[in-house]
Design a protein around this ligand. Structure first.
Ligand code: NAD
Length: 473
């Protein structure tokens, strides 16, 4: 059924003069019409958020609202997952998995709302300060603009909204224009859970417009962004001295060492490289396999990949659905074609049907190829080989990105060396780079961004430390 949504402002819906359609990514039919926010709506959202911040909303109340929201989300699991299947094209099993994780993210945020604390500061240890005592408290940043991408549109929103509310802030959420509906449903759900009006506002519409209006408003004190490097850099350039947290891309490396449990490595790489059609920021992209096991690994990986079911995301059996748009599938197709022209060999895949791109494995790849050096953000794996530990560490580090990496090995010495020398935000040993649970610190180095998510870490970013010094006269 076709739905129409307004923007969510100060706890209620409002229509605007412009609208845009959202497509089912598998059928390409219109499923939803959303309102496009104008500058005046952003201005009013900021005013409402400012008003909301003046009203008391203590830690225990924040805990109760976030716990209730998590509970309601579990109850509406099928409804939210149904929207994800259509708007993202994410297979139903994975869509249900995303809703379950989002509920956990809210629950963890609720728990963290109870333990936000500062620390004692030993000022009395300074000469002349013997009569003083000091401690710090953590206070909310204020109004946070949360800007989110298309690929995990519910859980990544919860990773911003959950900690921001837990820490006592107010949020203006700008979800991706191609997957906006779960954010709107979430706003309504939060109101039902008892969230005071104005604490969460949702501005749907065009990124560059809304981004420019948010940046121009000095009352917005922080930008929490997940998305592409291009937009992240733009925000950093325009936010001035305000806080900016950036969760950006990656061309995730995974090392398959000669002593690893090969079947385990194959299973994890095959399932996590192509999950969500490879549109995951920690999706397996570059695989470095030790030359001694290359042939065995490759034939097992091809065999496992062949068994993945590609097709309609509504069906329980489907592993891989469409990409987010025809344009994106065509881009991936052109990158693969270009790699093959430059000498890569196609081990499996390389086929496109509309916006569905089949799981693809390339060998004989070179660092100069786009499928190797840039973020593919599609179901494509580039396989390279190595013989020495130092060589593979250098290859992994030869990247503009550094979000997470995977390492399959039973050699503790190599694992520890990799832990020290790989330039990444997270190293996953004996699982693929795509491993994530929601309480862990998550964030990258280099062009993968700055700042960490995971509710307790995001709360650090979304609060300021205020020092209190007492002169005990
Ligand atoms: P995108 O950068 O195109 O868009 C992200 C959001 O920014 C959208 O809501 C968009 O409307 C908005 N936007 C666009 N232009 C803007 C502007 N000028 N000012 C403010 N907002 C603007 O990214 P995408 O295509 O939706 O998502 C894919 C990217 O996201 C990939 O690079 C992927 O690696 C990254 N990603 C990173 C993580 C992570 O946690 N590190 C997670 C998921 C996705």
């Amino acid at each position: 059924m076709h739905q129409t949504y307004g923007i969510w402002i100060n706890g209620s819906w409002e229509q605007t003069s412009r609208t845009m359609d959202v497509l089912d990514k598998y059928t390409q039919q219109k499923v939803t019409t959303i309102a496009v926010a104008e500058e005046q709506h952003i201005t009013r959202m900021v005013e409402c958020a400012q008003d909301a911040l003046r009203k008391p909303f203590g830690s225990y109340d924040r805990y109760k609202v976030l716990s209730k929201a998590a509970e309601l989300l579990v109850q509406r699991r099928e409804q939210f997952a149904g929207v994800l299947v259509k708007e993202v094209g994410k297979p139903i099993r994975d869509s249900l998995g995303e809703v379950d994780r989002a509920a956990q993210t809210l629950l963890i945020s609720a728990e963290e709302a109870k333990r936000i604390h500062g620390e004692g500061v030993p000022v009395e240890a300074a000469p002349g300060s013997e009569n003083r005592m000091a401690f710090s408290i953590r206070v909310p940043v204020g109004i946070i603009a949360a800007i989110t991408p298309f690929n995990v549109p519910l859980n990544l929103v919860c990773h911003k909204v959950g900690p921001a509310l837990a820490a006592g802030n107010a949020v203006i959420l700008k979800p991706s224009e191609v997957t906006p509906t779960v954010s709107l449903l979430l706003a309504e759900l939060f109101a039902e859970a008892g969230l005071p009006s104005g604490r969460l506002n949702v501005a749907t519409g065009f990124g560059p417009e809304i981004g420019a209006w948010l940046v121009a408003n000095p009352l917005v004190r922080m930008f929490s962004f997940t998305g592409s490097v291009r937009v992240g850099e733009w925000l950093r350039q325009h936010a001035g001295v305000r806080k900016v947290a950036l969760e950006l891309g990656n061309n995730s490396a995974n090392i398959v060492h000669k002593d690893c449990n090969l079947d385990q490595a194959v299973e994890m790489i095959a399932t996590k490289a192509f999950n969500n059609a490879g549109q995951v920021c920690i999706s397996v992209q570059r695989v470095f396999v030790h030359e001694k096991i290359k042939q065995e690994f490759l034939s097992k990986l091809i065999e496992r990949t062949r068994r993945l079911i590609v097709g309609n995301p509504q069906e329980e059996k489907t592993d891989i659905g469409p990409m987010i748009s025809l344009r994106e599938a065509e881009r991936v197709e052109s990158w693969v074609r270009e790699a093959v022209i430059e000498g890569a060999s196609l081990a499996i895949g390389g086929k496109r049907e509309g916006s569905v791109y089949y799981p693809t494995i390339l060998t004989n790849v070179k660092p100069t190829m786009k499928v190797y050096s840039m973020e593919v953000f599609g179901p494509v794996v580039a396989i390279d080989t190595y013989s020495e530990e130092n060589e593979v560490i250098a290859k992994v580090n030869d990247s503009d990105y550094g979000l997470q990496a995977g390492l399959f090995t039973s050699d503790l010495g190599f694992a520890m060396k990799a832990a020290r020398e790989l330039e990444v935000g997270g190293l996953i040993i004996n699982d693929a780079s795509a491993y994530r649970v929601d309480q862990m610190p998550y964030g990258g180095v280099k062009n993968s961004g700055t700042g960490k998510e995971g509710p307790s870490y995001a709360i650090e970013e979304m609060t300021e430390e205020r020092l209190i010094v007492m002169n005990l006269v």
